[in-house]
Design a protein around this ligand. Structure first.
Ligand code: NDP
Ligand code: PYC
Length: 350
């Protein structure tokens, strides 16, 4: 069994910020990056939680990330905001552009945020969930590095290409889903490799194109899309909409630009924001109530909604703290420059 450590959310935040500050990232980037990492850890999305600090620190160290990135916001058209992330992390660029996009969506019903030239490692739900909390619907898409084979092939072409969607639910947590169009996120396979555990069958092939459950072989071969040709087509759509449509890189190009460094992918992201109030006028409340019929029909038969697990984890970790593998914790302490574990009082929660 993997040994684990539990620390409070406040301790995890302090540790993250310390690691990020030590990389030399600007204070603004440290805050934006720590926020998305903590959000993921708090919701027990381990593949994009504290573990990502290792990749962030490495990507800064090898010079892939602009430590002093200063995103440039361009009001490109009535329904389009473009943000040049200046080779910084996407989360800072999102912060820079999102208010203008919300404003446009509220006026016109629909607006898009195109983020270019950003280092991207994070989960997408932290970007769409807050929009739905403000009454909006939203979609987010991004490519990554070419790690995933198309259905019918065995050579990597696509990124793990996540797709997130959020819908407002008055008085309740929004409906949100967010998943890779590969059968699982690459981070999940990495976590299995680190824990010395096999991955589930059907997620990846090895370098010879044979199905494998060995995490190391999977990382050196090709991941598979979810749902065969359907995931493959969705992944192609994400490459096109968050790549050529916004003048940014395909996952193949992002991989080539990495030149074998193994750093965080650097490319674009597209976020589409819709305001139901503009579409519906005086019929807004009645239609949001009709949407609830759908959710009731799902949950009424015992099925769960996506994000229900996350919301429950959020409530639990805020009280009990976050739990991570002991090995990861020690690695993070080294990155923070506190290799002596005594320096951090580990709170053991009930
Ligand atoms: P999963 O396959 O675990 O799917 C996650 C989504 O499905 C969540 O919304 C989850 O909700 C929901 N879900 C899972 N099980 C059920 C169920 N039984 N019933 C209903 N809903 C369910 O995640 P992935 O491995 O595909 O992706 C994980 C994360 O990785 C995402 O947040 C994604 O953004 C991120 N990612 C980021 C990339 C990037 O380039 N930046 C690339 C690839 C992935 P819940 O959380 O409540 O379980
Ligand atoms: O887990 O697939 C992944 C991933 C790629 C980039 C960031 N996360």
């Amino acid at each position: 069994m993997t040994k684990t450590v539990t620390i409070s959310v406040a301790q995890a935040t302090e540790l993250s910020q310390e690691i990020l500050r030590r990389t030399g990232l600007s204070a603004e980037q440290c805050e934006a990056v720590a926020d998305v990492i903590l959000a993921a850890q708090r919701d027990e999305c381990h593949s994009h939680g504290l573990y990502r600090l290792i990749g962030c620190a490495y990507s800064v160290k090898v010079g892939r990330v602009n430590k002093e990135a200063s995103p440039i916001v361009l009001d490109a058209a009535p329904g389009v905001v473009k943000v040049d992330a200046d080779r910084g992390f996407s989360s800072l660029a999102y912060r820079a552009g999102i208010d203008l996009v919300i404003d446009k969506a509220r006026r016109q019903g629909l607006a898009a945020l195109a983020i270019n030239n950003c280092c991207h490692f994070s989960a997408l739900w932290p970007e769409v969930e807050p929009l739905a909390e403000q009454g909006l619907a939203a979609i987010a898409l991004t490519p990554s590095h070419a790690w995933v084979a198309p259905a019918g092939g065995c050579k990597p072409v696509f990124g793990t290409n996540p797709f997130a969607f959020a819908w407002p639910r008055p008085g309740q947590h929004p409906f949100v889903f967010d998943f890779a169009t590969s059968a699982t996120a690459r981070g999940e396979i990495e976590l299995h490799r680190r824990a010395g555990m096999p991955i589930a069958p059907g997620l990846a092939v090895n370098a010879q194109g044979e199905l494998t459950t060995d995490a190391t072989e999977a990382l050196g071969g090709a991941m598979l899309t979810f749902g065969g040709h359907k995931g493959s087509a969705l992944s192609t759509m994400i490459e096109l909409l968050a790549g050529p449509l916004i003048g940014d890189l395909l996952s193949l190009e992002s991989q080539a630009a990495d030149e074998g460094l193994g750093a965080t992918p650097l490319h674009g992201e597209l976020i589409i924001v819709l305001d139901p109030a503009v579409f519906l006028g005086g019929y807004l409340d009645a239609n949001l109530a009709r949407a609830e019929l759908l959710f009731d029909a799902i949950t009424g038969q015992g099925a769960r909604l996506p994000s229900q697990r996350r919301y429950e984890a959020r409530e639990r970790t805020s009280r009990l703290g976050v739990t991570i593998a002991d090995e990861l914790y020690r690695e993070l302490l080294v990155l923070a420059g506190r290799s002596d574990t005594e320096k951090l009082p580990v709170q053991q929660f009930a």
